[in-house]
Each structure stands twice: as structure tokens, then as C-alpha cells.
Design a protein around this ligand. Structure first.
Ligand SMILES: [Zn+2]
Length: 293
């Protein structure tokens, strides 16, 4: 498959897969988006793999880390962090993607932002896109770029890998707030890391679940949107237990819509869920002032 794909430009392969997928859709019953989704993601993966075919690579049991010469001394550390995330994330989500996952290291912010027209947060250390984990070189943001411990505990790998595993598992059937909440929950559980700012306190004005669901990326206070997302996932896992979070994941995997997956699992409607999460978060989650002490 790889050799065939290398013979044609990545853009063409994406089109070929889309055409084949739409032909397939006409004969396969069921949920169209969830059939199509993995095929589109695979097309993007082939494209990225093709575009980076000349980069040096380091293979581990579950990952292939590609990097530029400038980061030859970072590849081992990034590979180690990826392997360190594998077991906790796949264990918690009870799902392991097949094959080796590609991790791309960008040497600087400029090249990361330029890649695939990505226009995300300038301060981000990585992102998940097209079935591939994409990270900024530790040299571009860490004080001591050689500290594997610091990279594992404060770096983006566990977070982005969680996005990837959910994406493979649920084939696109999840809300933006849920994948951000789950990714932060894994960072919190594995590394004790939380994104707490003066502007994302849960005691003030909050976004509604409807806003988080419909407009996540457009909400002006992103730190608050992320914090509320973590609160909602932590609420499920900590009040109802990990088995209930697992049940939500299983519903998503089976194609049940996000709201219904939560309603069926917890026996609550979404309005009640929202009120309970907000009430719980206020008394339970760490706030900025406490964190600064
Ligand atoms: Zn994220």
C-alpha cells in the first residue's frame, strides 16, 4: 500500500480514497459518517507519511518519530514520552490503535503553524491532526530541553495521544469539548498537570453546555472552555466512576450521539448534567488563587 501511495501525490490519494469511500457508501448500510471517517483519516495519514518520507525516523514498539536534523538529539526523548503515554492512555480508554502511530517533530513554531494551514493557538506545544501527533521541538519551549522527565510530565504527548486514541475509537463521533476534556483528564491523571489561569476560574460566569458543544473553538475565553471541559469529564469519572466514563466511550464507539451517550450512561438529561457538573466543579476543582499559593 505504501509503495503504491508513494507513486502518486498525497492530494490525489485523498481523492481516490474519497471516491472509493462514496462508492462503498452506496452499498453499505449503517452510519455513513462513521464508515467514511477512518478512510478519510487514512488518506491524510498516507499524505503526511509521503510528505515526510525523507525525514530521519526513530521507531519504537508503538510509534514512529520523524524529525529534522536540528532535532536529532530530541528524537529519543520524544519517543520515550510517547511510549510512556501508551499504556496509561490505552488502558484508561480500553482501546489501542492498530499499527505504529506517526509523531512529527517541528523544529520551531513557524514551521508548525505553517504545516497544513494550521492556525491554532500560537502558544500550543502540539496538536493532533489527520491521524498524526504533531509536536513542537522541546528546544522551542522548554527551559532545559534535555529533561525527559519535564517533557513527559509537562509536554503535549499524553494530551495529543488521548485525542488520537479517542478519534480512532469513536471515528469522529464526539464533541470538541469532550475530546479536550478527556485529553486534559488523562494529563491530570497521568502527570498531575492542570491548565489553571486567573481567567478560567469555575466560580464565575461559565459557558453553557450548548455553547461548548456548538462553538467550542470560537469561544473567546479558551482557557475557560478547556477548564469546563475537564470539569465535565472529571465529574463523570470521579463521581460516577471510571466504568461509567468507559460506558460513555462505548456508546460513542457504537455511534450514539454525545448528549445521548451521557444521558443513557448517567440516567440524567443534559440540563441536569450541566447543573451538577458546575455545582461539583465549584467546590472541588482547584482554582487559580489556591494554585498560586
Ligand atoms: Zn487538545
Amino acid at each position: 500500500m505504501r509503495n503504491f501511495m508513494q507513486m502518486i501525490p498525497g492530494g490525489v490519494s485523498a481523492v481516490v480514497v474519497l471516491v472509493l469511500a462514496s462508492m462503498l457508501l452506496s452499498i453499505v448500510p449503517g452510519r455513513p459518517q462513521m464508515w467514511l471517517y477512518p478512510l478519510v483519516r487514512q488518506a491524510m495519514q498516507f499524505k503526511i507519511d509521503y510528505q515526510t518520507r525523507d525525514m530521519p525516523a526513530k521507531e519504537t514498539p508503538h510509534f514512529i518519530v520523524k524529525y529534522t536534523e536540528a532535532d536529532a538529539d530530541m528524537a529519543d526523548m520524544v519517543a520515550k514520552a510517547a511510549e510512556a503515554a501508551f499504556e496509561p492512555v490505552t488502558g484508561a480508554l480500553n482501546y489501542a490503535p492498530g499499527g505504529k502511530i506517526l509523531v512529527l517533530i517541528y523544529p520551531d513554531r513557524q514551521s508548525m503553524k505553517k504545516a497544513y494551514g494550521w492556525a491554532g493557538d500560537a502558544s500550543a506545544m502540539g496538536f493532533y491532526w489527520g491521524g498524526v501527533i504533531q509536536v513542537l521541538s522541546p528546544k522551542a519551549w522548554m527551559k532545559n530541553a534535555q529533561s525527559a522527565e519535564e517533557f513527559i510530565t509537562t509536554g503535549p504527548i499524553a494530551h495529543e495521544y488521548t485525542h488520537l486514541v479517542l478519534d480512532y475509537m469513536a471515528r469522529g463521533n464526539y464533541s470538541r469539548w469532550f475530546t479536550e476534556g478527556l485529553a486534559q483528564y488523562m494529563e491530570y491523571r497521568i502527570n498531575g498537570y492542570e491548565w489553571i489561569t486567573a481567567g478560567n476560574q469555575l466560580t464565575g460566569q461559565l459557558y453553557t453546555m450548548a455553547e461548548l458543544t456548538a462553538d467550542f473553538d470560537e469561544l473567546p475565553n479558551q482557557a475557560l472552555a478547556y477548564r469546563q471541559s475537564l470539569a465535565a469529564v472529571r465529574y463523570i469519572a470521579e463521581v460516577y466512576g471510571d466504568a461509567k466514563l468507559g460506558q460513555v466511550l462505548n456508546y460513542l464507539k457504537a455511534g450514539v450521539k454525545m448528549d445521548k451517550a451521557i444521558e443513557k450512561t448517567l440516567g440524567l438529561d443534559i440540563a441536569t448534567f450541566e447543573a451538577l457538573v458546575n455545582q461539583w466543579a465549584k467546590g472541588t476543582m482547584k482554582e487559580y488563587k489556591q494554585a498560586a499559593n
